[in-house]
Design a binder for this molecule. Structure first.
Ligand SMILES: Cc1cc2nc3c(=O)[nH]c(=O)nc-3n(C[C@H](O)[C@H](O)[C@H](O)COP(=O)(O)OP(=O)(O)OC[C@H]3O[C@@H](n4cnc5c(N)ncnc54)[C@H](O)[C@@H]3O)c2cc1C
Length: 476
């Protein structure tokens, strides 16, 4: 039987061919037109940050190559979403557009508008669940309300619903005979060359193949010790899969089912704690779905009154990694170079910004948004509100990280600091996290001139802690 339908597969944060329900569905209907839209209408708020754009563009090149091997061609167009979709459907005679649901509030709003628009134009928008373990809204407490604490959310999730089995990519895609005007993938790269791209180029391999390789490497090298090693800053003990998961290069269901094939996986501590982190990713998405205002506003209302300081100078020193606290500076420079830092480092720098400098989590979240390759509206919001104490299941505000203790505990030999703050590289392990306490001889021998080639601490942590607690008591 000849299949004559033509379907547009509108790619967003699902830049893969594996476990891609819209692609499989479209392939079964007939001709397939894979499409990616560079939104003309991007506002400051919802547009991708520089580092994410770099990742997305490289990932699109990789997707385009994969689709070519399957007999298809990725069409990239720029413009207003509804206009691009309508024009392409009319040029190609397509009667359906298929998408994975987004969890991003702006995208959801846009999809609801499109539903209405297409109802009137005769084109149907067909939606599939997004790249999560459990569809948003499906994990609720006994009163049918969203969970605001992670552990009961997780327990309910794994008890209540089976996680869907991943599906394989179609072997072949049928394309319409006509050619469509479009941007070339090379044009994408020309448009984006952030200053820090060389560090990212060295570190990352965006795209589905790179994602699978990283996942395989993680299983071989780090999964077993994940529960113990994930917090160490200098040696990889984590997966570094956040960007592949964010951009949907890797299906979370594929990851889940690969790792739970082993009998008694719950008893394997590395495996279990990694899968539990994937649960945090779902938790963040489910929370965002229920509380979309939390991208800009605290979940806990009392934090609206928090007396954050507006201090561009200190904010700029934090961004540049010039706070005088070596572990904070190492992490911020790591972020600038590679567009990424491990979870422990994120917690340390976020705590320093919100509690030592009393600068708002929204300022920190905005910087992360622009500089992280894995910038994710749900995870970033949850992470910052967690550290600031204003969010769901948050760390209490009065728990204030001590940057010296954190450095000594999670970078005991100072390797992370030496890698990213080379001007301190010759200090001993004893002095590397507290150069301002080092004897003059030790500083001289290491070539460190405080106030010249490395700053004095911009705040005194003990005093900053007292100020933070005072500020917090004003809203309690
Ligand atoms: C202030 C702050 C901001 C953050 N911003 C982001 C962000 O923009 N994008 C982002 O993906 N993560 C963010 N996180 C969460 C977490 O730090 C990263 O997901 C993790 O460091 C990525 O490294 P990994 O892939 O090696 O994680 P692994 O430890 O290997 O974990 C595997 C996966 O689980 C998910 N995950 C792990 N921890 C968390 C968590 N705490 N919350 C939600 N999901 C989690 C991620 O998808 C991650 O890739 C933030 C955390 C904090 C404290």
């Amino acid at each position: 039987m000849e299949l004559t339908n033509t379907t547009v597969v509108w790619y967003r944060n699902d830049l893969r061919t594996d476990d891609h329900a819209p692609l499989v569905y479209a392939a079964q209907r007939g001709n397939v037109i894979p499409l990616y839209i560079l939104d003309f209408d991007e506002t400051e708020k919802n547009s991708l940050g520089g580092a994410s754009k770099w990742w997305r563009n490289h990932s699109l090149i990789s997707l385009s190559e994969s689709l070519k091997k399957m007999g298809s061609q990725l069409v990239i167009r720029q413009g207003k979403v509804e206009q691009v979709l309508i024009e392409l459907c009319s040029e190609a005679g397509a009667d359906q557009i298929v998408i994975h649901d987004s969890i991003e509030p702006d995208a959801l709003e846009c999809d609801d508008k499109l539903d209405d628009l297409f109802d009137r134009s005769g084109v149907e928008l067909v939606r599939f669940p997004s790249n999560l373990l459990w569809p948003v809204g499906s994990i609720l407490n006994n009163s049918a309300n969203p969970y605001q604490v992670f552990t009961p959310f997780w327990n309910r999730g794994i008890q209540q619903s089976k996680i869907g089995q991943p599906i394989s990519a179609p072997l072949k895609l049928h394309s319409p005979d006509q050619r469509f005007t479009q941007l070339s993938v090379e044009q994408l790269i020309l448009g984006s060359n952030p200053e820090w791209a060389s560090g990212m180029n060295r570190r990352w391999s965006p795209g589905e193949n790179g994602a699978f390789n990283s996942f395989r490497q993680f299983q071989d090298l780090y999964l077993e010790g994940y529960h113990e090693d994930r917090d160490q800053l200098a040696d990889q003990g984590w997966s570094a899969l956040s960007a592949p998961l964010h951009f949907g290069e890797l299906s979370v269901r594929r990851v889940w089912h690969t790792l739970t094939q082993q009998a008694n996986w719950e008893q394997d501590p590395g495996r279990y704690s990694f899968l539990r982190q994937l649960g945090w990713r779902d938790f963040a998405a489910h929370l965002l779905n229920h509380f979309p205002h939390t991208t800009d506003n605290p979940l806990r209302e009392q934090f609206q009154q928090f007396p954050w300081r507006d201090n561009e100078n200190d904010l700029s020193k934090w961004k540049k990694g010039m706070t005088g606290y070596p572990v904070v500076d190492a992490a911020m420079r790591h972020l600038w170079q590679e567009g990424w830092m491990p979870n422990r480092a994120r917690m340390i720098v976020a705590s320093f910004l919100c509690k030592d400098l009393l600068i708002s989590w929204q300022d920190g979240a905005a910087w992360f948004w622009d500089t992280l390759v894995d910038a994710d509206i749900a995870n970033n919001t949850l992470g910052w509100q967690w550290v600031a104490g204003s969010g769901a299941d948050a760390s209490p505000f009065f728990r204030i990280f001590n940057p010296m203790t954190q450095g000594k505990k999670f970078d005991p030999k100072g390797e992370y600091v030496r890698r990213w703050v080379p001007e301190l590289a010759s200090l001993s392990d004893k002095n590397i996290h507290t150069p301002w306490l080092a004897p003059v001889d030790a500083l001289n021998n290491a070539g460190v001139v405080l106030g010249k080639n490395y700053p004095y601490p911009i705040v005194d942590h003990a005093q900053a802690r007292v100020s933070a607690l005072d500020a917090y008591s004003s809203i309690k």
